[in-house]
Design a protein around this ligand. Structure first.
Ligand code: DQA
Length: 147
């Protein structure tokens, strides 16, 4: 099983920007920890980060041929990108939306995700563990579906 982890705009600055909400470790360090867990779960992972909406959409489309599921942190696009939502809808893969911060405890505009309704589920507020929890869930869902 192969899972693609997609991170949207500004998440390349994780560890530097807004440490109160996003912590002090970098995206590369988070990805390394995700990779360790992937080994334990017996799955492989790929990573993609972009600050551009079109590139995120292209990565979702391309995942159709190489991956069995997607974990996406669409960052600010979460709240208004119907184009990313439609891309998630268009690919026949399980997708979990994740957020490091608890979006429901923050500004009103962060409470709404236009993408989550097209996803299998959403995990928010667990820092780096949002990704790891999503990875665990996708692994289990895949195992049970292939039984
Ligand atoms: C975020 C939450 C978004 O509202 C914000 O725009 C981000 C990061 C999170 O991981 O908590 O850039 O997706």
């Amino acid at each position: 099983m192969k899972i693609l982890i997609i991170n949207g705009p500004n998440l390349n600055l994780t560890g530097i920007r807004d440490q109160k909400n996003y912590g002090i470790i970098s995206l590369d360090e988070i990805n390394a920890q995700i990779e360790n867990h992937a080994d334990r779960f017996g799955v492989s992972v790929g990573f993609f980060q972009s600050n551009s909406e079109g590139d995120v959409i292209d990565a979702i489309h391309a995942a159709r041929s190489d991956f069995d599921g997607i974990i996406i942190n669409p960052a600010a696009y979460t709240h208004y990108s119907y184009a990313i939502r439609d891309a998630v809808d268009a690919v026949n893969l399980p997708v979990i939306e994740v957020h490091m911060s608890n979006v429901n405890a923050r500004e009103e505009f962060r409470h709404k995700s236009v993408i989550a309704p097209a996803c299998a589920g959403q995990i928010s507020g667990l820092g780096k563990y949002s990704y790891i929890a999503a990875l665990y869930a996708l692994t289990e869902i895949y195992k049970n579906n292939s039984k």
